[in-house]
Design a binder for this molecule. Structure first.
Ligand code: CA
Length: 218
């Protein structure tokens, strides 16, 4: 799961970025609305954490633009504005959730997990594919009832494939969800992670779609 944070308060932005990373999310942080809009046009994110008072493009304007462009990305508004009118305006402009500052990082993380699973069409807190079970909150995997140890990247890759079971994910889509900006991506890194997952789980669990990417059959 890769989250974009649009927040102009430096201390808060840094805090959310560090907190989400510590809870196992990939996250990027931008300090103005226009930069966030541009990033959302260029890359795939699992969800957007949006401050309302942002320079260059205010949060609600960014949200309006996003929804007008057809984007369905889950959006959680994070703001100090807490009147019922503010909350109604945020939700009616296209936000999916609303959290008022000051807030608890554990609650933000749980709300993001909930938004992402809803956006993928699921309601259950754990994902199941055949004999494979993934718990995003506990960051644990079970295969045929046995716990399996995975690296952070392997877990992230499996999570994306399970969230989108039955759909082909391109290499670019997977790489953009697994790697943060500035992180070096080796050209065969994805193949290596898939190879390790097949070895730790089952050979046929992840299928290669030649020249395109990977799919986990439902
Ligand atoms: Ca602000």
């Amino acid at each position: 799961m890769r989250i974009l944070i649009a927040e102009d308060d430096r201390l808060l932005g840094e805090g959310i970025l560090a907190g989400l990373k510590q809870k196992g999310f990939k996250a990027e942080w931008l300090q103005d609305g226009l930069a966030a809009w541009n990033a959302l046009q260029a890359e795939a994110f699992s969800a957007l954490v949006l401050d309302l008072g942002l320079p260059k493009l205010p949060g609600l304007d960014l949200l309006r633009r996003l929804r007008a462009s057809g984007s369905t990305i889950p959006v959680l508004i994070l703001t100090a504005r807490d009147t019922p009118q503010d909350i109604v305006a945020g939700l009616d402009t296209g936000a999916d959730d609303y959290l008022v500052k000051p807030f608890d990082l554990g609650e933000l993380a749980a709300r993001l997990r909930s938004l992402v699973r809803r956006a993928a069409g699921g309601a259950a807190p754990t994902l199941e594919c055949g004999r494979l079970r993934l718990d995003p909150a506990a960051r644990s995997i079970e295969y045929e009832g046995h716990p399996i140890e995975l690296t952070t990247r392997e877990f992230g890759l499996l999570h994306e494939l399970m969230l989108n079971a039955g759909k082909v994910l391109t290499r670019a889509q997977l790489e953009s969800k697994l790697y943060a900006w500035g992180e070096e991506v080796e050209s065969n890194a994805l193949e290596v992670h898939v190879h390790h997952l097949r070895r730790k789980l089952a050979a046929g669990l992840i299928r290669t779609v030649r020249g395109v990417g990977y799919i986990m059959p439902k």
